[in-house]
Design a protein around this ligand. Structure first.
Ligand SMILES: [Ca+2]
Length: 99
C-alpha cells in the first residue's frame, strides 16, 4: 500500500498530465492549459495571493513566466514545480489559519 504522501504526489502528477494533454497533446503545460489548470484546481490560491495591482489573467501570466525558466513558452514538469512551491506554501499558511 502506498503512503498518503506517495498517493498525493501521484495525484499531482496525474493532474499535471490531465491538463498537458488538452491542446496540444504532449507532456508540457502550454499557457492555455496552465491557465485552465490553475483556475480549475487552484482558484483559492489565485484569489488570495493575487497582487492588488494585477487582474487574474495578468497574475496567471506572471506565474507562468516566472516558472518558465528556460523561456520556451511552455512548462515542463520541473518548471511546474516552481508554481507548486507557492501553492504548497499557501496551503501550509492556510493550515495555520493565516488566510
Ligand atoms: Ca519551459
Amino acid at each position: 500500500m502506498k503512503t498518503l504522501l506517495e498517493d498525493t504526489c501521484m495525484c499531482v502528477v496525474n493532474i499535471y498530465h490531465q491538463y498537458c494533454i488538452l491542446d496540444p497533446v504532449d507532456d508540457y503545460l502550454h499557457p492555455n492549459e496552465f491557465n485552465k489548470l490553475m483556475v480549475e484546481q487552484a482558484q483559492d490560491f489565485l484569489k488570495n495571493t493575487k497582487p492588488g495591482n494585477l487582474d487574474q489573467p495578468a497574475y496567471l501570466q506572471q506565474l507562468f513566466q516566472q516558472a518558465d525558466k528556460d523561456k520556451t513558452g511552455y512548462l515542463k514538469f520541473t518548471e511546474f514545480q516552481n508554481v507548486l512551491t507557492p501553492v504548497l506554501k499557501y496551503a501550509h499558511e492556510k493550515a495555520h489559519q493565516l488566510h
